[in-house]
Design a protein around this ligand. Sequence first.
Ligand SMILES: CC(=O)SCCNC(=O)CCNC(=O)[C@H](O)C(C)(C)COP(=O)(O)OP(=O)(O)OC[C@H]1O[C@@H](n2cnc3c(N)ncnc32)[C@H](O)[C@@H]1OP(=O)(O)O
Ligand SMILES: O=C([O-])CC(=O)C(=O)O
Length: 375
Amino acid sequence: MAEAKVLSGAGLRGQIAGQTSLSTVGKEGAGLTYRGYDVRELAAEALFEEVAYLLFYGELPNREQLAAYKKTLQELRDLPQALKDVLERIPKEAHPMDVMRTGTSMLGNLEPEQSFADQQAVANRLLAVFPAIMTYWYRFSHEGVRINCVSDEETLAGHFLALLHGEKPSELHVKVMNVSLILYAEHEFNASTFTSRVCASTLSDLYSCVTGAIGSLRGPLHGGANEAAMEMIAQWHSPQEAVEGILGMLERKDKIMGFGHAIYRDSDPRNEVIKVWSKKLADEVGDTVLYPVSEAVDKTMWEQKALFPNADFYHASAYHFMGIPTKLFTPIFVCSRVTGWTSHVFEQRAHNRIIRPSAQYIGVELRRYVPIAQR
Ligand SMILES: CC(=O)SCCNC(=O)CCNC(=O)[C@H](O)C(C)(C)COP(=O)(O)OP(=O)(O)OC[C@H]1O[C@@H](n2cnc3c(N)ncnc32)[C@H](O)[C@@H]1OP(=O)(O)O
Ligand SMILES: O=C([O-])CC(=O)C(=O)O
């Protein structure tokens, strides 16, 4: 047996667990890059579809390539009837992340990945269909409406908002959703991506890799934090109340959702971007509570714990200002991160060895079996 090193820290922190050419996270002076591009530049300039193409194919598309890729995705938006039937049977009280997980799994039964040669087609299908999975279930179970899963919207950002609200979204909202999808697209070996790579390393199919990743993203320490942050800030009616609330939570040693990070040490580069857009949306809706409350929490966390808002914190208020129900926040993360997950699966498959670390045994020493009558 190969000799294994015992790790000192929990959570595999600081261990290099594989290679990627997709992104860098927290690299000195670089913040967050996707295939060498600064995420802040991409968020300012690019379309989410361009970023998806970049992750999948390694380079930004030219005008023709982008037009063709957008068209491919547009043509894949509709849901098969059997999937609609399943979504109609999921109760209103279900968590939408469970709906996304079930939707992915059901599609994997209806349109299985026949061979790894199909992997890009499956990734495109999932990317194109997630907004409809989420909104078809949501609007059927909450409003009794069977929506048309196809829209005239050119981009995935606009398409999602159009399906959710049943009307053409404003330019500002499409822009912010596009930025949000770019910010969430890829993040190296985070928990959900690592889940997808572990699954891929057994040579499993792409739907299984994505289903596992959704389960992993669901938790409040990972993607679920945007929803948890919203629930937290929504309870305060003024910055003063928020400061008192946070101080009380810190006193009780509660985790403050939307703050801190496993890799970044003093800021999350995605935060500065979404914070600006959240402020613009606050001004648009004439908000005088939620944004000031968020800023008060931000300031107090820095003063008290030197903890900074991660990508999730100002996403909460930004999504809220766009009229998105809180329980749909984390599924939007899925709509974006599916690009990162599937790109990682492709990398894993291209240079695969089954991921199988060792454990340090801390249980009892070898002992003899005791017959049941003698116990
Ligand atoms: C898109 C994303 O997935 S970003 C992450 C989203 N998750 C959240 O926002 C949940 C809240 N944050 C957290 O739970 C953590 O910061 C994590 C899970 C993101 C990272 O966890 P770790 O890598 O273990 O954090 P780290 O090692 O920096 O923690 C250092 C100390 O700060 C504390 N701390 C870290 N984050 C927080 C927080 N949000 N609230 C209160 N205390 C915190 C830790 O408890 C730890 O204290 P200790 O040394 O007394 O145990
Ligand atoms: O990298 C992480 O641990 C979590 C994160 O920010 C992400 O997945 O976007």
